[in-house]
Write a protein that binds this ligand. Structure first.
Ligand code: NI
Length: 176
């Protein structure tokens, strides 16, 4: 287990389309998951994608099943490991809300996302995942899966007056 360095915006590895996972339930994949979990927990992240620690694979982890101090208002999202995701927006309804990213430290921006979403993929053992979700859960999945196609949340923003430093926008969150 290890806390890995999180790549920051400007690193070209964050702008790549990641490779699909082809072998499941391997020791290497379990070790990667442990590193992602340790790194995400140390940073109080709501999610983390393998490319954020420099691993070129379509694998994201998100959720915790508990209240996250960086997102105290958020619905509880179950801890999930998702490989090779396919996202299908359900309807056209979008909502803009605040997001942060461990690769964009110290900042928050309002990002439009689909409110209702179906996501499919595989877990670490290659077993299928197929969920229909809404709201914060749908937002987290869209944010994390964007990391697998080289998209960071500022690239999804449309209104840059809703972009700023977390400690200025949300003094109650401190420097989270
Ligand atoms: Ni992110």
């Amino acid at each position: 287990m290890a806390i890995r360095e999180i790549l920051k915006m400007g690193d070209p590895r964050l702008l790549k389309v990641a490779q699909p996972v082809t072998e499941f339930d391997t020791p290497e994949l379990h070790a990667l998951l442990q590193d992602l979990q340790d790194t995400m927990a140390a940073a109080n992240g709501a999610g983390l994608a393998a490319p954020q620690i420099g691993v070129d694979l379509q694998l994201v982890v998100f959720g915790s099943g508990r209240v996250n101090p960086r997102y105290p208002e958020a619905d509880i999202v179950p801890f999930t490991v998702l490989c090779n995701p396919v996202l299908t927006p359900l309807g056209v309804e979008e909502k803009a809300d605040w997001e942060g990213c461990l690769s964009v430290p110290g900042l928050r921006g309002k990002v439009p996302r689909f409110v209702h979403l179906r996501y499919q993929g595989l877990d670490l053992k290659g077993q299928p995942i197929d969920r229909t979700v809404s709201g914060f859960h749908a937002r987290v999945v869209q944010h994390e899966c964007d990391h697998l196609i080289g998209q960071l949340y500022p690239m999804r923003m449309r209104e840059f007056s809703d972009f700023g430093f977390t400690d200025v926008l949300f003094p109650e969150l401190g420097r989270a």
